[in-house]
Design a protein around this ligand. Structure first.
Ligand code: NAD
Length: 414
């Protein structure tokens, strides 16, 4: 067992108290742990701090402030804790104890059988929901005619389906044994699974699906959203994807009957939130053709993976797409892109994704006034075409600025 140097608690600030599932008490001076991140992470984190500190100060006239608490992961953790210590236990403990935290991108260490650090964080803290809001900021180059019609939030299941998938290689002894076993259960399988097939198993259950869908429904209720859509491939996979849909409707009926109504039961207008379902392939069409008819989406792991990137592209790409991984007690907000090592420490990369992840964090904490100010500052800065290289090269008449200049302008524009 590695021994860890205990992180010292910051001298100033208080902890966010978890009172129960999804119930928090946020003090005026919360301690928020952050991981700077590898590659471009240091530049982005600095920029995010500039913007968020300015917004909180302006919104609350100095009454509230965030006490940033640096914890370590990735290359900086190895520098501090020694070889191989990419994800110290102290960091995970801090994420759990302080409830809300934020991280820059982390490089996946090469070789030595390392799992992605992001996957490890999600698994150890059981952050079962990957949450990605997708909306358009005016002026951002987009490949579609009406990107402003997209205003959705994705709840992607983080622990089952292909994330818990089991696979056996074509021609392996295990694949052969599994095929034989399946044939013993149902002889028809002999025709369906060829002898040379690799075999994958995808588990999905009511516990994992319902807690994810419950979170999506609660979000829809708390934020006055008009609909929630269960996205599945139940026409083909009845007992996993189809069951995801059925568990969703079951949950809506059992726990939220006073707030939700199934689309098929709506006659005329309703003031309840509509719960509906769409087959995944049709949902991709709908996202392009009628995006304004969709608001909160709940999806199993693989569908959610595709849908997050496709929707992000529709509103201008991953460069400004925010995200969070959460349970009912712990939330880790993060930039959705990687560490882009070739731009490390050049003060060049776009901090938009991390800044908007911090906006999600402020909303989660109930600090909506500060969140609104950041969005206002960001909107204005983009409208002024004062942007980092990735956007500048696609926007006619723009001024290309450094990462830090972009952040400072957002703060000025609030
Ligand atoms: P990447 O997202 O780091 O970079 C791909 C390209 O996208 C970059 O070369 C750059 O051109 C552009 N880009 C990314 N972020 C940008 C930003 N903020 N501003 C401007 N341009 C930006 O993907 P990659 O090169 O495949 O991965 C690099 C490392 O990051 C890998 O080790 C990977 O495992 C890791 N990674 C981490 C996360 C995470 O921490 N959540 C996510 C994805 C990848």
């Amino acid at each position: 067992m590695a021994s860890y140097q205990k992180l010292t608690e910051p001298k100033e600030g208080s902890r966010i108290k978890v009172l129960g599932p999804n119930k928090f008490e946020v003090p005026n001076d919360p301690i928020i742990p952050f991981i700077e991140g590898d590659g471009i992470g240091a530049d982005l984190t600095r920029a995010m701090h500039i913007v968020i500190n300015a917004a909180v100060k302006k919104a609350y006239d100095g009454e509230r402030r965030i006490n940033w608490f640096e914890v370590y992961a990735g290359e900086k953790a190895v520098e501090k804790y020694g070889e191989g210590q990419y994800l110290p236990q102290d960091t995970l403990t801090a994420f759990k104890e302080y409830s809300v935290s934020i991280k820059g991108p982390l490089t996946t260490p090469v070789g030595g059988g390392f799992r992605s650090l992001n996957v490890s964080i999600r698994q150890v803290l059981d952050l079962f929901a990957c949450v990605r809001p997708v909306k358009y900021y005016k002026g951002i180059p987009s490949p579609v005619k009406h990107p402003e019609k997209v205003d959705m939030i994705i709840f992607r299941e983080n622990t089952e389906d292909i994330y818990a998938g089991v696979e056996f290689r074509s021609g392996s002894e295990e694949a052969k044994k599994l095929r034989d076993f399946l044939i013993s259960l149902d002889p028809k399988i002999k025709e369906k699974i060829r002898e040379d097939a690799g075999i994958g198993v995808k588990p999905m259950g009511p516990f994992g699906s319902k807690r994810l869908i419950r979170k999506a429904i609660q979000y829809a209720i708390n934020n006055g959203k008009s609909s929630i859509t269960l996205v599945h491939k139940g026409n083909i996979m009845k007992f996993t994807e189809g069951a995801f849909r059925d568990w969703g409707y079951e949950l809506a009926k059992a726990e939220f009957a006073d707030k939700l109504v199934a689309e098929s039961d709506v006659a005329g207008s309703t003031n309840k939130i509509i719960i509906k379902d769409r087959i995944a392939d049709s949902m991709f069409q709908q996202a392009l053709l009628r995006p304004d008819e969709y608001s909160v989406l709940a999806l199993p792991n693989l569908n959610g993976d595709y849908m997050s990137d496709a929707l992000a592209a529709q509103v201008g790409g991953l460069g400004i797409a925010p995200g969070a991984n959460m349970s009912d007690t712990t939330a880790v907000f993060e930039a959705t892109h990687g560490s882009a090592p070739k731009y490390a420490n050049m003060d060049k990369a776009n901090p938009g994704s991390l800044i908007l992840s911090a906006v999600m964090m402020l909303i989660h904490m109930g600090w909506k006034e500060a969140a609104d100010l950041v969005e206002k500052g960001l909107n204005r800065t983009i409208e002024q075409k004062y942007v980092t290289y990735d956007l500048a090269r696609q926007m006619e008449g723009s001024t290309e600025v450094k990462c830090s200049q972009f952040a400072e302008r957002i703060a000025e524009n609030m």
